[in-house]
Design a protein around this ligand. Structure first.
Ligand code: CP
Length: 318
């Protein structure tokens, strides 16, 4: 297994299989600690983590905050709506100012693909940048927490069939998942309407295929993941209606009959109940949607700890 050397986490595409296994292994250790044990392991005490979210979030922002606090760090939430961004300050100036306040890590969510890469190239060696979702590009901690959830439920990832269904075109979650699960040896089937399928989807990895029929994607699947229909990113011409989408691509107990009997159901959230997933399936025993949320804290603890440690090493070497 590799030892982690990344000061920033910008995307799964920059990680080796060894890096992915490092995070999953560290996350398992954090996940298994009792609350009392975790209190004594405040490895980021005296450090400052800033959550800088230019897009709305419930799960990612909160779990980065909980993760940072469980590691003993001071966590500060900056909302562009109530910051000097409203006065015209640029992303880079905002980040430079947070860095001057001695932030050890900035967790960034932004609607522009590549925004975390852009700022990571400009910050000093003192500060780590963690991508919390950039446009339609990547959501690396979501991919890692989904892999962690599957591993805990299934005991392995290699050889599993994972169907990811929905708006693949706009989904940073689909991209990060295809990369992480592909690297760990799963067969990944991307499924959705032709209008919501990127032309080069199958090039995400040698084990990634594209299906335009839900039945084909679910046939013998071990894991079925529904994606949120992102109405805020969708031009009207790309989807006839939510009702039509639910009829052809919505997950429900009937279509799940194509998958294996013990197949699990995932969704990164937030859920559009009755659109991409039937509410009864979202709440069924086979659904691991809330397990994904729980896993997010341990995975983000592993990522924050690993990146800040790597930053210390870089700084020592500089
Ligand atoms: N899965 C996810 O990114 O959810 P949030 O948008 O609530 O953070």
């Amino acid at each position: 297994m590799s030892s982690w050397t990344h000061r920033h986490l910008l995307g799964i595409s920059q990680l080796s299989k060894g890096d992915i296994l490092h995070v999953l292994d560290a996350a398992e250790r954090w996940f298994s600690l009792s609350r009392d044990e975790a209190k004594h392991a405040r490895v980021l005490q005296g450090r400052t983590i800033v959550n800088l979210f230019y897009e709305s979030s419930t799960r990612t922002r909160t779990s980065f905050e909980v993760a940072g606090k469980r590691l003993g760090a001071d966590v500060v939430n900056v909302s562009p709506q109530t910051s000097s961004v409203t006065k015209g300050e640029t992303l880079l100036d905002t980040v430079k100012n947070l860095e001057a306040l001695r932030a050890d890590a900035i967790v960034l969510r932004h609607s522009a693909s590549g925004a975390p890469d852009h700022v990571a190239a400009q910050v000093s060696v003192r500060c780590s940048i963690v991508n919390a979702g950039d446009g339609a590009h990547e959501h690396p901690t979501q991919g890692l927490l989904d892999a962690f959830t599957i591993l805990r439920r299934k005991g392995r990832i290699e050889g599993l069939v994972v169907a990811i269904c929905g708006d693949i075109l706009h989904s940073r979650v689909a991209r990060s998942n295809a990369l992480v699960l592909g690297a760990l040896g799963a067969e990944v089937r991307l499924c959705g309407p032709r209008t919501l399928m990127p032309r080069h989807a199958a090039t995400l990895g040698p084990t990634v295929t594209v299906c335009t029929r839900l039945d084909d994607a679910l046939d013998g699947a071990d894991v079925v993941m529904a994606l949120r229909i992102q109405n805020e990113r969708l031009p009207a011409a790309m989807l006839a209606s939510n009702r039509e989408y639910a009829r052809t691509f919505g997950l429900n107990a009937t279509v799940m009959g194509r998958a294996k009997d013990d197949a699990i159901v995932m969704h990164p959230g937030p859920i559009n109940r009755g659109v991409e997933i039937d509410p009864r399936l979202a709440d069924a025993d086979r659904s691991v949607i809330l397990d994904q949320v729980e896993a997010g804290v341990a995975v983000r603890m592993a990522v924050l700890d690993s990146c800040i440690r790597a930053s210390d090493v870089h700084r020592g070497a500089a």
